[in-house]
Design a protein around this ligand. Structure first.
Ligand SMILES: *[C@@H]1O[C@H](CO)[C@@H](O)[C@H](O)[C@H]1NC(C)=O
Ligand SMILES: *[C@@H]1O[C@H](CO)[C@@H](O)[C@H](O)[C@H]1NC(C)=O
Ligand SMILES: *[C@@H]1O[C@H](CO)[C@@H](O)[C@H](O)[C@H]1NC(C)=O
Ligand SMILES: *[C@@H]1O[C@H](CO)[C@@H](O)[C@H](O)[C@H]1NC(C)=O
Ligand SMILES: *[C@@H]1O[C@H](CO)[C@@H](O)[C@H](O)[C@H]1NC(C)=O
Ligand SMILES: *[C@@H]1O[C@H](CO)[C@@H](O)[C@H](O)[C@H]1NC(C)=O
Ligand SMILES: *[C@@H]1O[C@H](CO)[C@@H](O)[C@H](O)[C@H]1NC(C)=O
Length: 382
């Protein structure tokens, strides 16, 4: 331990003397990384604490430096000395001032960026002893994963994407529980988090698809599921009941989630109703729409649409989403004009009746018109 401390100290000294910075030194430091270095994983744009403690004594000097020997934070004579702080740390660091007297030299580090990844050295000196400690900081990102369902002409496909992710995530697809490769993956991002998206065509007889996005560093997983629930054919003015259920694996109780029912017609979708578990208030946008069950503490978000119109034909999408997943259930609904007495027999009968009356009138009229003169003629003749 002592040897390591001395070595670190010598290196710091050497570095400041030679003024060398950058890669060669960080390579050097990476070699020095030992198993008992503390590894801290932070999240992009969030705050983190880099831990460091010492045996408390008065008149403490605390220096936090990074692997390139840039000054991150300095504290001595009972206060901060940030004159030599590297500008990239301005306003982003502080110590737990009330805890320093208890031997706490931890650094509070705000708004992490990916460039903050690296090794941080905490140097603590008192009259009696000196100590250094290394903290390895890793930064991960995983923001707004999503699954989109799109239709173009006759082909439909699914897109799973993450707006902001680091390091590169693993994306896997399943079609009816068999692993399949996702077709296209686009990636952008320079020195920043990646944007990653993967597309899969919906083909063949598969009725369900799943994509799983994993961030190995943050040990975070997101799942998107798409299920074709079926094709239904109904007649005008009837009603339809469409099912939508959460999956037992995804425990809805512990997570806030949103359920939306929408109708997709020629690439335009309109929301019929939605429910947020946090507010527990169901919202209805279409008067003919109703939820089938009480929604509180339920896993069943089935709905009924009454008094069907011809224009209700289309796809119905139930979307249950939380931070960890999106479950999409799709129903295809086709509405036909209603058949039976009410629709065409009565109008046909009425039309027939009208025709009958008109015909009778015409016949009668022509009959009389022809008869009178004939009768007259006859009378004149005879
Ligand atoms: C220092 O204090 C902060 C705030 O109470 C705490 O979160 C942190 O864990 C402490 N660090 C150590 C090394 O004790
Ligand atoms: C740091 O904070 C001070 C005071 O809030 C502000 O005036 C200054 O612009 C900030 N500097 C940076 C680099 O954000
Ligand atoms: C599902 O709902 C979530 C949360 O409201 C939303 O962010 C997402 O875009 C929706 N997905 C689809 C395919 O509609
Ligand atoms: C849809 O089909 C038409 C004609 O078949 C074609 O011109 C058009 O490019 C297609 N659109 C897409 C988005 O594939
Ligand atoms: C998916 O479908 C589009 C057209 O709809 C096609 O251009 C593309 O090659 C298909 N991808 C795969 C992997 O089949
Ligand atoms: C879907 O199912 C068909 C069989 O009907 C199969 O050939 C195809 O590879 C499956 N995979 C995908 C990604 O649709
Ligand atoms: C649900 O849980 C079972 C067993 O616990 C597991 O085999 C299955 O893969 C899980 N499904 C999902 C979608 O996580």
């Amino acid at each position: 331990m002592k040897a390591q401390v001395v070595l670190s100290f010598l290196l710091t000294l050497l570095q400041s003397l030679c003024g060398f910075q950058g890669t060669s030194f960080s390579v050097f430091f990476n070699h020095l990384r030992s198993t008992n270095d503390e590894i801290v994983v932070g999240r992009y744009d969030e705050d983190i604490i880099l831990p460091c403690s010492f045996e408390n004594e008065p008149d403490v000097v605390i220096h936090w430096k990074n692997q390139d020997n840039y000054n991150v934070h300095s504290y001595y004579k009972g206060r901060d000395h940030l004159e030599n702080q590297d500008p990239k740390f301005t306003n982003r660091t502080s110590l737990f001032y009330s805890k320093i007297q208890n031997g706490n030299a931890s650094l509070y580090f705000r708004r992490l960026s990916l460039l903050d990844e690296g090794i941080y050295i905490c140097y603590v000196g008192t009259a009696a002893r000196q100590s250094t400690k290394k903290v390895v900081l890793k930064v991960g990102a995983f923001l707004t994963p999503a699954m989109k369902y799109e239709k173009r002409n006759t082909s439909s496909f699914l897109v799973c994407s993450v707006l902001s992710v680091y390091p590169r995530p693993h994306i896997t697809w399943k079609a009816d529980s068999a692993f399949v490769p996702g077709s296209i993956t686009e990636e952008t991002g320079y020195l920043g988090p990646f944007y990653v998206s993967s597309t899969l065509n919906i083909t063949g007889s598969n009725s369900s698809y799943e994509c799983v996005i994993k961030n190995p560093l943050l040990k975070q997983t997101w799942t998107g599921q798409w299920t074709q629930a079926g094709d239904l054919c109904k007649r005008q003015s009837e009603y339809v009941s469409l099912s939508c259920q959460g999956i037992r694996n995804f425990s809805l109780q512990n997570e806030d989630f949103i359920v939306t029912w929408s109708r997709m017609k020629s690439e335009i979708s309109s929301i019929l109703g939605c429910y947020m578990s946090s507010s527990q208030i169901p919202v209805i946008n279409e008067p003919r729409f109703s939820w089938n069950k009480e929604l509180q503490n339920q896993n069943d978000f089935s709905m009924t649409l009454t008094d069907l119109h011809l224009s209700d034909s289309g796809e119905y999408l139930c979307n249950i989403s939380s931070r960890k997943y999106t479950l999409l259930t799709v129903h295809s609904l086709h509405i036909e004009p209603s058949q039976g007495k009410s629709s065409w027999i009565i109008p046909a009968l009425v039309a027939l009746g009208v025709w009958a009356v008109i015909l009778t009138l015409i016949v009668n009229f022509r009959h009389r018109w022809r008869r009178y003169p004939v009768y007259g003629e006859n009378r004149n003749i005879y």
